[in-house]
Design a protein around this ligand. Structure first.
Ligand code: HEC
Length: 118
């Protein structure tokens, strides 16, 4: 789970990208290590733990199907809220409650520093 991921940046070669994505997911995991719903995360979040856990679970299940996990800290709060989540929720076919749960989770997760090596 928390293995460091020295993944090669072969993704820039389009012809390789598809097989590399499959390999990355199989061999060294996603580039960004998604934080679990810890007491620390619950404390900084402005959402109940149950919603964060739902967001985490849905995010794990649906959000790395087309690309590896994205670090939410790379994006602004408004961008996540108003642009990225509505768009990605459509792509992942989330209902409104799941979309809100994933958003709550990402807004908390973006305040957690990524694991070293990710
Ligand atoms: C059906 C495929 C698909 C699914 C499922 C998906 N994404 Fe994406 N995602 C994309 C594509 C394609 C892009 C590239 C930019 C675009 O199309 O807007 C992207 C880009 C992103 C970006 C970069 C910001 C941007 O708009 O370019 C983030 C962050 C992101 N996705 C998060 C998520 C999250 C969170 C979920 C789960 C709710 C998710 N994605 C599910 C296809 C998907």
């Amino acid at each position: 789970m928390s293995r460091p991921t020295p993944c090669p940046s072969l993704l820039r070669k389009p012809a390789l990208a598809v097989s590399v994505i499959a390999l990355l997911q199989a061999s060294c995991g996603p580039g960004y290590q998604v934080p679990a719903v810890t007491p620390q995360l619950v404390k900084i979040a402005r959402a109940p733990q149950s919603r964060l856990e739902r967001g985490y679970t849905v995010h794990q299940a649906k959000c790395a199907k087309c690309h590896s996990f994205e670090n939410p800290a790379d994006y602004g709060i408004d961008e996540l809220k108003h642009e990225i989540m509505p768009k990605m929720a459509r792509k992942a076919k989330l209902d409104m409650a799941d979309q809100e749960a994933v958003l709550a989770y990402l807004l908390a997760a973006r305040q957690i520093p990524p694991a070293p090596g990710s």
